[in-house]
Design a protein around this ligand. Structure first.
Ligand code: 5GP
Length: 126
């Protein structure tokens, strides 16, 4: 399996500091920031700093340290945004789109962390 990474994608530019972002959390291997077009009261994107296109690419090629860091960052974002544990009674959703069928817009792995309101069905019926 091979994955081609386009280093001109918008999240690569964010990681290089070429365009600004509203950072929620930065760790050794991950960055979390607010989505520019939030679809819920909480809409944070968590990305690995490494050059991975999709979740399957990440799991196939990332180091254990990167995978642990990324997953812990997602959990920490949920905690920081008061979506998890004793802070919430509402819960949250995490989604990673991959490829054309999932309408992935930015070809750098990102986990959407969504919450703060009822989120409706996971998929539309189309
Ligand atoms: P996708 O459809 O690839 O799963 O989601 C891409 C997400 O990136 C969208 O929710 C979109 O609003 C967000 N996005 C696109 N460009 C930017 C940007 O320049 N800054 C931030 N913070 N989010 C962006």
């Amino acid at each position: 399996m091979s994955f081609e990474y386009d280093d001109q994608n918008i999240f690569a530019k964010i990681l290089r500091g070429e365009i600004p972002n509203s950072t929620v959390l930065e760790t050794e291997h991950s960055l979390a920031f607010h989505d520019i077009a939030a679809q819920a009261p909480v809409h944070v994107l968590v990305i690995p700093k490494g050059a991975y296109v999709t979740y399957d690419h990440f799991i196939a090629e990332a180091s254990d340290a990167e995978i642990v860091d990324f997953n812990r960052a997602i959990g920490e974002v949920c905690r920081l945004m008061k979506l998890s544990g004793a802070d919430t009674d509402g819960g949250f959703r995490i989604i990673a789109n991959a490829g054309a069928h999932a309408l992935q817009e930015v070809p750098h792995l990102h986990m959407h962390v969504l919450g703060g309101r009822p989120l409706g069905l996971l998929l539309d019926r189309g």
